[in-house]
Design a protein around this ligand. Structure first.
Ligand code: IP8
Length: 247
């Protein structure tokens, strides 16, 4: 398969969340190896895991609650920079022409919390044969200082900008689960899953499955939510886990 694929590696997949700043080496290398085999133009986004979330929690910073303390903001950003470096190194070692893109340097939120992210550099990097790697980060937020931007939000911003053919969220669960913990094959509207996912307001952007599904439904490309074992299959063109397609 060819085309442009946006893949999010969940922070819980590539780090050990129980230990601060600990990469799950086997999981990261396995994901990088799968991405190295992919016959597609790749944009990779990753979450915070035991890097960003640790510092965000310590300093009380969320997607809505910010800080104006530059040292606190830097602690969160620096931790994500360290994780990004691990991811970029693993990807390059697996043959992916990965280069980091820092959301703090480009993105911002308005007073309503809406994210804006310039994407010319991402498109240009892709066009020149690179694989841009974005990460959850902190961004300037009008009236709040800086707040967290999650990997999921970045996926939703970047996918339309690069005209993605497919979007994959590799998480620790094998898909969206129903009331009996079975993977739901396909979701075409939020109403279909309201009883199992519960309701979610528009600000449920960091972690909640309902918020994740709601924002993926708004995309112009089909999205898959699947577990780490299914990444290679997804990249080969299979549709593992849950397909979220609101078109
Ligand atoms: O793990 C959050 O990204 P996520 C990143 O995708 C930070 O929610 C800085 C905590």
């Amino acid at each position: 398969m060819t085309g442009t694929v946006v893949v999010k590696l969940g922070g819980s997949v590539i780090t050990d969340k129980s230990e601060s700043e600990t990469v799950d080496r086997d999981a990261l290398d396995a994901a990088a190896a799968a991405l190295g085999e992919a016959d597609a133009d790749l944009v990779v986004v990753h979450g915070g895991g035991s890097f960003g979330h640790h510092y965000a929690d310590e300093h009380g910073v969320t997607t809505e609650r910010g800080t104006r303390d530059a040292a606190d903001a830097l602690a969160i950003h620096d931790a994500m920079t360290r994780l990004s470096r691990e991811v970029v190194d693993a990807l390059q070692s697996a043959g992916v022409p990965a280069l980091p893109v820092r959301p703090l340097s480009a993105g911002s939120r308005n007073a309503d919390g809406d994210l804006s992210l310039p994407t010319d550099q991402i498109r240009r990097l892709l066009g020149e044969g690179f694989a841009p790697v974005l990460h959850g980060d902190v961004v300037a937020h009008e009236g709040e200082g800086v707040t967290v931007v999650s990997g999921d939000e970045l996926v939703v911003e970047v996918a339309p900008a690069v005209d993605a053919d497919r979007v994959g969220l590799c998480s620790t669960v094998p898909g969206v689960l129903d009331g009996e913990d079975a993977v739901i094959d396909r979701i075409g509207s939020i109403d279909e899953v309201a009883d199992v996912l519960g309701d979610s307001d528009a600000t449920d952007v960091s972690g909640g499955m309902a918020g994740k599904v709601r924002s993926l439904l708004a995309l112009d490309a089909p999205a898959q939510i699947f577990g780490p074992d299914a990444l290679a299959g997804f990249l080969a063109g299979e549709a593992p886990g849950t397909t979220v397609d609101g078109r």
